[in-house]
Design a protein around this ligand. Sequence first.
Ligand code: PLP
Length: 365
Amino acid sequence: MEKLDHKDYLNFTVGPVMMDDKIRKIGEQQIPYFRTDEFSYITLESERLIKEIIKTEEKSRVIFLTASGTGAMEATVMNTLSKDDKVLVVNGGSFGHRFEELCEIHEIPHEVIRLECGHKLTKEHLEQYRDKGFTAFLVNAHETSTGVLYDLELIGEFCKEQNIFLIVDSISSFIADKYEMDKCHIDVTIIASQKAIALPPGVSIIVVNERAVKRIEENNVKSMYFNLKSYLSNGERGQTPFTPAVGILIQLNAKLKDIAEVGVETYINRSRALAEDFRNKIKELPFEIVSENLSNAVTPLKPLGKMGAHDIFEYIKDNCNIFVCPNGGELRDTLFRVGHIGDLKIEYNDKLIEVLKDMYKRGML
Ligand SMILES: *Cc1c(COP(=O)(O)O)cnc(C)c1O
């Protein structure tokens, strides 16, 4: 543990990820005071850019929370759902399980679609829940623990037909995979700063449409910090009720301008190219890519040889200054992941492949 100088590490995790030079330069600067017209302008501009990138209508609103992604998931469950709801939760791994736990903690009536590890959600799954009185749906766009990208068009169509309120955690998918909020009939989208938008951790974002705003306004939430009504009213003038992560919001604004300038497709294509390159090169090595319908954000790898997934992560971290992404819980020894988000390059893939090849040659894998 004596060396915690991470500047020379290559980081293939899913967050925090490698940040580009421009974002890091902004991080060096002093933090300005924020109850000003200048800062309000930045926040309002970011709101507009996010709505444009995520493809939702002008009337939708954007809430900036100073919390990790889970904070935004919890705030969403607390503020847009109630005991009168009947919620369908997709649990295909640890992030789906998190939504299930949040419903339990906040006593929201719910049923769970439990998917086998690495499997996608199908039309057949959904059909069993048709006309059963469900009022809301909770799903992660990308179940980051297994790499599965769910079919949001399919889910959105089902929710529209059944008049179900649709909440999507797009934390690890936003700008790595295609995402069209309104087209998929999504009412709430959740994002976090440390995944594909490649900023420091600390800010999460909740995009809400008119229907979601109405639910927030009508809900009686017993919380000061997580009462989204005050975020909506303060947000009208580009402010937040409490001190936000000012520095990260400034970095976010710069990032959003970059994304808007080149087009979100450029970012999605970049992740796709990194993912395809890596998936091609890993074929020669003793790993199985376990999941169906993979996100561009991550490749889940099951080691087929003697070394367990977590030991591979530790070995590569300690000996090669590279972070791959370990799993916790049940998947700890059977699955690790290689991310394709953040400021990565094809040469970095080559470097990681070289390390794995070398381990294989020495009989470790
Ligand atoms: C990373 C992630 C989260 C949030 O995790 P935090 O550690 O709370 O930021 C939530 N959902 C998904 C799908 C994620 O990948």
